[in-house]
Design a binder for this molecule. Structure first.
Ligand code: KIV
Ligand code: ZN
Length: 512
């Protein structure tokens, strides 16, 4: 019989630690529902002690998600653990994930604690977490750079205190597959009570080896849980990509031979949702979820694929949910057809009033665009949900003029705290002109780190999805906007980023 491998998704926690990837409560709920639909075993919904907003998001997710276990991260102290427990209280299945750094470098330089203090704190944290739930995970942070003797001592002690999962963290992506896998195997062999816990891998992608390290941790080390994120989102170079792990296990089942619960047909829609909400575009050549992952450009390959698909295809696009830009609805589609498509896409809006509002947006779009794809629907639902939050800056309208040899000029009308104002400016391009116009009123002092435009679907009438990443006083935020007119999308994205800066929500990074 094949062993079960637990898929633990940390998009909403480690993924959110990517600069600018912070998500609102509603956005997190949408992603959590989609993760449950995809049959993820454990959803790490956040770090409850980070802020009131994080706490409330976890609590809301804990009340909604029924099938997956909902988890909150907490540092190894009573306050964080109590906060995690409180946020998780409504969950049917809950897990507290507590961690403390165990490498000499982190203990000395970051924690300024002695190994004995870390040992005691780890034990106390697990003991306290067990008073709230019998599902407790412990991670030795920077585990792969920690001393083996010390790791064995800490892990044996936390298992005695009741830790049910031990997560061997390669926090800085330093691991090499064979070494990481062997280290994990040695730990399991040396820790006398190792069989009382499930072992897990958590790898970062700094050297591009997160997926390989995770699989080595499973095959060589005996891990039975993999921690990962959608699109490999995460701090610095990101985490192990869920879609790559799942499809490696599925496609090479002959070698790996594990049972996993994931419904792989949900992978592409989950990837698109996460990318659209966070503003982190997926590179075209990204395995499994990149736009080119199943495109056969070269003549030789196309010929082979037409004769027999498996000449060049090891997976089928439809098995991971690529539906080849299906035209789903058009101008004449009615409310029922729209509502049904929302359900098929796993989008559940809270009330009939919300469905009506989204349908209104759909009708507006269908007047301007003849073919409406799933991606358009996802984008308009995001827009609609954003419009519910009373934002400080709101886009109203825009006019813009460009002519060869002339500097483009833009007039942007937007509201600031409910008061409408219009501002005009020129710039070195149309987008520069709208940013200058907005800045002539707002004077935010923010630095633009990234401006990217993606076509949501194919064809020249595709909506453009724009991401603007701004930085100010050490904070980095992403704003996302979509529209048929990419200049309008840019204005929306810029105002959305300004709103995030304006909200001044301070949150703690658990690992700093
Ligand atoms: O990378 C890491 O060490 C973490 C821990 C909190 C598990 O994310
Ligand atoms: Zn991590």
């Amino acid at each position: 019989m094949a062993d079960k491998l637990i898929i633990f998704d940390t998009t909403l926690r480690d993924g959110e630690q990517s600069p600018g990837a912070s998500m609102t409560r509603e956005e997190k709920i949408r992603i959590a529902k989609q993760l449950e639909r995809m049959k993820v075993d454990v959803i790490e919904a956040g770090f409850a002690a980070a802020s009131q907003g994080d706490f409330e998001s976890i609590r809301a997710i804990a009340g909604i998600i029924k099938e997956s276990t909902v988890c909150s991260l907490s540092r190894a102290n009573d306050r964080d653990i109590a906060r995690a427990a409180e946020a998780l209280a409504p969950a049917e299945r809950k897990r507290i994930h507590t961690f403390i750094a165990t490498s000499a470098l982190h203990m000395e330089k970051k924690l300024r604690m002695t190994p004995d203090q870390v040992f005691e704190q780890a034990k106390q944290a697990v003991r306290y977490a067990r008073t709230f739930t019998d599902d407790v995970e412990f991670s030795p942070e920077d585990g792969s750079r920690s001393d083996m003797d010390f790791l064995c001592r800490v892990i044996e002690a936390v298992i005695k205190e009741g830790a049910t999962t031990i997560n061997f963290a390669d926090t800085v992506g330093y691991g090499v597959p064979e070494l990481y896998g062997t280290m994990l195997r040695t730990l399991r062999e040396r820790v006398p009570n190792s069989d009382k816990a499930i072992w897990s891998v958590h790898c970062h992608n700094d050297l591009g080896m997160a997926v390989a390290n995770s699989l080595a941790g499973v095959m060589i080390g005996g891990a039975r849980q993999v921690e990962c994120t959608i699109n490999g989102l995460g701090e610095r170079a990101g985490n192990t990509a869920l879609e790559e792990i799942v499809m490696a296990l599925r496609t090479r089942r002959d070698y790996f031979n594990f049972d996993i619960a994931i419904d792989a047909t949900q992978i592409v829609s989950t990837s698109k949702l996460v990318s659209q909400i966070t503003g982190f575009a997926v590179q075209p050549n990204k395995a499994v979820v990149g736009a080119n992952a199943f495109a056969h450009a070269s003549g030789i390959h196309q010929d082979g694929v037409l004769k027999a698909r498996d000449t060049y295809e090891i997976m089928r696009a439809e098995d991971v949910g690529w539906a080849a830009n299906k035209i789903v609805l058009g101008k004449l589609s009615g409310r029922n057809a729209f509502k049904q498509r929302l359900e098929e896409l796993g989008i559940s809006l809270d009330s009939e009033a919300e469905v009506n509002a989204a349908f209104g947006r759909f009708k507006e779009l269908a007047d301007r665009k003849s073919e409406i794809f799933d991606e358009d629907i996802m984008a308009l639902v995001s827009d609609e949900q954003q419009s519910h939050q009373k934002e400080f800056y709101e886009f109203v309208s825009l006019s813009q003029h460009s002519e060869t040899g002339e500097k483009p000029v833009a007039k942007v009308v937007f509201s600031m705290d409910g008061k409408e104002s219009a501002c005009t400016s020129n710039g070195n391009g149309p987008v520069d002109a709208i940013v200058n116009a907005i800045e002539s009123k707002v004077a935010s002092g923010a630095e633009l780190l990234l401006f990217s435009v993606n076509a949501i679907t194919t064809g020249t009438e595709s909506q453009g999805e724009v991401t603007m990443r701004l930085s100010k006083a050490g904070r980095i935020v992403n704003g996302v906007g979509s529209d048929l007119d990419i200049v309008v999308a840019s204005a929306k994205a810029y105002l959305s980023a300004l709103n995030k800066l304006h909200s001044k929500l301070e949150r703690l990074n658990p690992q700093l």
